[in-house]
Design a protein around this ligand. Sequence first.
Ligand SMILES: *[C@@H]1O[C@H](CO)[C@@H](O)[C@H](O)[C@H]1NC(C)=O
Ligand SMILES: *[C@@H]1O[C@H](CO)[C@@H](O)[C@H](O)[C@H]1NC(C)=O
Ligand SMILES: *[C@@H]1O[C@H](CO)[C@@H](O)[C@H](O)[C@H]1NC(C)=O
Ligand SMILES: *[C@@H]1O[C@H](CO)[C@@H](O)[C@H](O)[C@H]1NC(C)=O
Ligand SMILES: *[C@@H]1O[C@H](CO)[C@@H](O)[C@H](O)[C@H]1NC(C)=O
Ligand SMILES: *[C@@H]1O[C@H](CO)[C@@H](O)[C@H](O)[C@H]1NC(C)=O
Ligand SMILES: *[C@@H]1O[C@H](CO)[C@@H](O)[C@H](O)[C@H]1NC(C)=O
Ligand SMILES: *[C@@H]1O[C@H](CO)[C@@H](O)[C@H](O)[C@H]1NC(C)=O
Length: 567
Amino acid sequence: MALKLLTVLSISVLVSAGGMVVHESRRAAPAGFVKQGAAPANATITLRVGLASNNVGGLEERLMSIATPGSSEFRQWLSMDEVKAFVQPSPETRSAFDSFASGNGLRPTVISPSGDWVSITLPISQANDLFAAQFEVFTSPSLVHPITRTLSVSLPSELVGHVDVLHPTTAFPDPNPRLGAAVSVDTRLPAKSCNSNTDDGVITPACLQALYGIPATAATQSDNALLVTGYANEFAQDADLAEFLKLLRPDIPANQTFAVLTIDNGTNTQDSNLTSSEANLDIQYAAGIATGVPLQFLSVGNSFSNADFMTALMDTTTFLQGVANPPTVMTTSYGLNEALFGSSLATKICNGYMALGARGISALFSSGDGGVRGLHDNPNLCQNNTFIPTFPASCGFVTSVGATQGFAPEKAVNFSSGGFSNIFPAPSYQTAAIAKFMETLPSDFSGDFNRTGRGYPDVSLQGLNFEIVFGGATALDSGTSASAPAMAAIIALINDRLLAAGRPVLGFLNPFIYSTASNTFTDITTGRNPGYHCNDSAVAFDAVAGWDPLTGFGTPNFEELLAAAME
Ligand SMILES: *[C@@H]1O[C@H](CO)[C@@H](O)[C@H](O)[C@H]1NC(C)=O
Ligand SMILES: *[C@@H]1O[C@H](CO)[C@@H](O)[C@H](O)[C@H]1NC(C)=O
Ligand SMILES: *[C@@H]1O[C@H](CO)[C@@H](O)[C@H](O)[C@H]1NC(C)=O
Ligand SMILES: *[C@@H]1O[C@H](CO)[C@@H](O)[C@H](O)[C@H]1NC(C)=O
Ligand SMILES: *[C@@H]1O[C@H](CO)[C@@H](O)[C@H](O)[C@H]1NC(C)=O
Ligand SMILES: *[C@@H]1O[C@H](CO)[C@@H](O)[C@H](O)[C@H]1NC(C)=O
Ligand SMILES: *[C@@H]1O[C@H](CO)[C@@H](O)[C@H](O)[C@H]1NC(C)=O
Ligand SMILES: *[C@@H]1O[C@H](CO)[C@@H](O)[C@H](O)[C@H]1NC(C)=O
């Protein structure tokens, strides 16, 4: 037996010497996944191939220039074709992939407007050969269906530098990308107080307007839209939105609706029996705060039953890259732990947000609800000091939003996720803010995290006990998934005022936020983020003066943000 094993190993070494280069690998499947054996050799698999963009570095440089206050091209956002010129693969990349494909009898289909994503369908046996992979079937108690993945994927040397990603290969899914705590019954309603630091405090649109100085006057610009993304079979309910507005924004027409966009066979089923608290929360706080701003709900199908939220994220970026008049703001209250993606897939999706930022779209994401311990609150991790970053929040081309609670003081909620990426280095706009934060960490700090990574969140906003309407009844919902749509709605209102003044919209926000935050955000300096169920013995970050990885720069001041935006 031992001899045979040695033989097999030496063959694989020979194969690598013969021109295969390991592209991405992981030591084992993530916790919870169980191998069921090799995938049937004659079954087919459809792989998405992310081809290298011809000038992603050039796009990044241009975006940083456009997005940074003081630049001569400040906020001169790019057209669809200008972005495409950076994102599309070079002729060399296209021909390298095309000759690889035709030489192996494959027929690629282009699946993105810039041509940087193609798909190929091939037998497992061929996929194993071409990419030195070993596709296996995995099950997980959390998945409805088994999935096919490989722990390692290689590229023939002629594709190195031309292919960025092969998916699905080494990225593993999680069927629950939703944020938002379980919805609880409305024992505190009608609300007596907006102070969620107290037992009867409940957040409504009026509370947020009062706390952050958000105007109730209606937007006037029709060429502005706020897009709410919907994944994982979450459907925004028209009747619940109407009831919410009737109860909590009686000053605006209760017939305010939203346009429904769909990709990947998405729908927006109206059936109050479906559990759609996330989509309801998101659309209700988008509508309830962004008074009069045209709203869109993008329902992305196929992100639930086959659990491929990762494909859904990539399809969202490529869909919006192909829209001639895109929304000016998009908000997403979903994510997964960064490690599930792996570096190549996370990087390609993150570059998709870079492309959207360059078009002038502000992309806001919830930071996660497990404190330093990842996306979801998990009491089993309280004693584990290895912090878990979340994605897309950890991508430096999105604006990540954490959660606060109460006032006097307004403090970080213990579930507000934040930390540092293990994939993306800190972008230049935040290195000074991070360095200042690091000085506040005790020298014996026992949390294990990546000190060179992109830090998140960037900002924060209330996230505890939001009143929503769900299935016709009032309910309370909490999470950074409440914070992100409310923050996105504020940005959409500012865009309305900018457009009314004939000015360009805010677009990619972070360089603007990091250079104006001392005036435009209220610093939050109390609170810790061990996770909702982890007591004070659990290691976590503390909110401090200045930027910190649980509240970012703090909570918005509408008047100051508007003034800085108009400068
Ligand atoms: C694959 O091969 C197995 C065993 O030979 C056979 O039972 C099965 O029908 C084949 N499946 C396909 C999709 O051809
Ligand atoms: C909404 O209601 C107002 C009256 O409150 C009406 O003027 C308007 O046409 C309605 N809009 C839609 C889309 O039904
Ligand atoms: C959408 O549904 C159609 C019909 O069921 C199917 O053929 C197609 O593959 C689906 N598209 C996607 C992206 O899943
Ligand atoms: C919701 O469920 C109830 C009870 O199961 C059923 O009577 C009702 O028809 C369902 N509503 C819809 C819209 O399917
Ligand atoms: C702690 O978490 C890390 C990262 O999630 C994991 O690799 C490690 O095994 C965990 N340690 C224990 C003792 O559970
Ligand atoms: C830390 O982050 C950097 C990117 O800033 C990355 O290259 C490195 O691999 C990460 N280290 C670990 C141990 O994950
Ligand atoms: C986390 O904060 C919430 C909201 O204030 C509180 O109800 C909960 O008890 C806190 N958890 C711990 C472990 O202190
Ligand atoms: C804190 O939680 C841990 C389990 O995570 C438990 O062992 C410990 O007793 C708790 N401490 C307090 C003060 O409640």
